[in-house]
Design a protein around this ligand. Structure first.
Ligand code: NAD
Length: 334
């Protein structure tokens, strides 16, 4: 029997990526929804054949505890709501996937991990790229030093999001704009290609349009120092499109561009000659991500994209924010 997933929050990502991906998963399927909109509830019920008994709102959500059709709760809400709904899902005895960034800060991540441990349920972060072939190849080439030791990484992600009405630009809901939303990708790309955790960060915040970006940075640039001596340089921005992960070992390099978006990834490497990475571009990266989590539940193994992985990135983001505010390099202890 496939594990049943309930999506919490039926916005863009749930509608356009997760629900269609769940039509193609092998080990899990969409069996429930949690929404504040009765119109959406009716539409989804029809489209995905979801019985009324498996439809919840944010108030009666905790009753999901009594529903055997639902094994996994997938939290796809604004960032400020991740911790609350993850903890409520754990208390209802359900395994949880929580979207990125895992939470607003490290303390929330700790509380979420503790709640899942106490309830003996598994917790995963919606890190689809942990299962994506180009990204797994970057990790292999870097950590196995196939082209030698990686010295420099460039890892950046940005798109245009100059709309003050969206929750992403609201500090209380998004947690601080591009660095929260996109920073997790730049960080995970660099640290996973190196197989190391950064020990220091320096960051700079910038605002180009002060009429829109009032209490959050429009973007940030930041540098991370790694124990091997490697350095990474990143830009996260809501003002223009950039999407790339580039690792260099000297004169040889391997690279993804686009790298992080969900629509497609393309890779190249240079070893005297420029060659393409020949991996299939997945229609929905989330299929492997959700089946991967279902597999770890079935086999009672720690998930690849665990809560601890999500917390690592929040810890680095906290140091980045601190550095941008103080204008100093911030050390990170692990
Ligand atoms: P969205 O704005 O399209 O959807 C958010 C949903 O939350 C909506 O259905 C909205 O009605 C609901 N909601 C409930 N309470 C709300 C409130 N107080 N304010 C605003 N909305 C509220 O956003 P999205 O793009 O679907 O993002 C949702 C989550 O998924 C975010 O955490 C985001 O970072 C993450 N996400 C991840 C990926 C990925 O590739 N892994 C891609 C996109 C989004």
């Amino acid at each position: 029997k496939k594990l049943g997933i309930a999506l919490v929050g039926l916005g863009n990502y749930a509608t356009n990526q997760l629900a269609p991906a769940l039509l193609q998963t092998n080990l899990c399927k969409l069996t429930g929804i949690v929404t504040g909109s009765s119109e959406k509830a009716q539409m989804w019920s029809k489209q995905y054949n979801i019985p009324q008994k498996n439809i919840y709102n944010y108030q009666n959500f905790d009753e999901i505890r009594n529903n055997p059709d639902i094994d996994i709760v997938y939290v796809v809400l604004p960032n400020s709501m991740h911790a609350e709904f993850t903890i409520r899902a754990a208390k209802a005895g359900k395994h949880v996937i929580c979207e990125k960034p895992m939470a607003m800060n490290v303390q929330e991540c700790k509380d979420m991990i503790a709640a899942c441990n106490a309830a003996k349920v598994q917790l995963s972060v919606g890190y689809r790229l942990y299962f994506e072939p180009h990204h797994l190849e970057m990790k292999r080439l870097g950590t196995e030093k196939v082209y030698g030791e990686v010295k420099m990484i460039e890892s950046s992600l940005g798109f245009s999001m100059a709309n003050p009405k969206v929750w992403r630009l609201n500090k209380a809901l998004g947690g601080g704009g591009a660095i929260m939303d996109l920073g997790v990708y730049c960080i995970q790309g660099a640290r996973r290609t190196l197989g190391e955790l950064p020990t220091a960060v320096s960051a700079q915040g910038f605002i180009m349009d002060k009429t829109i970006f009032k209490d959050i940075y429009e973007g940030m640039t930041f540098q991370m120092n790694f124990p091997s001596g490697a350095i990474s340089n990143s830009t996260t921005t809501y003002s223009s499109y950039v999407d790339r992960l580039h690792a260099t070992t000297g004169w040889r390099w391997f690279s993804l561009s686009p790298s992080y978006n969900a629509i497609g990834t393309a890779g190249q490497f240079f070893d005297g000659e420029r060659k393409d990475m020949n991996f299939k571009v997945l229609d929905f990266q989330q299929i492997k991500q959700m089946d991967g989590f279902a597999e770890s539940i079935i086999n009672k193994q720690k998930p690849e994209a665990s809560g601890e992985e999500g917390m690592i990135d929040l810890k680095i983001i906290e140091a980045i924010k601190q550095s941008a505010e103080s204008g100093r390099t911030v050390k990170i202890e692990w």
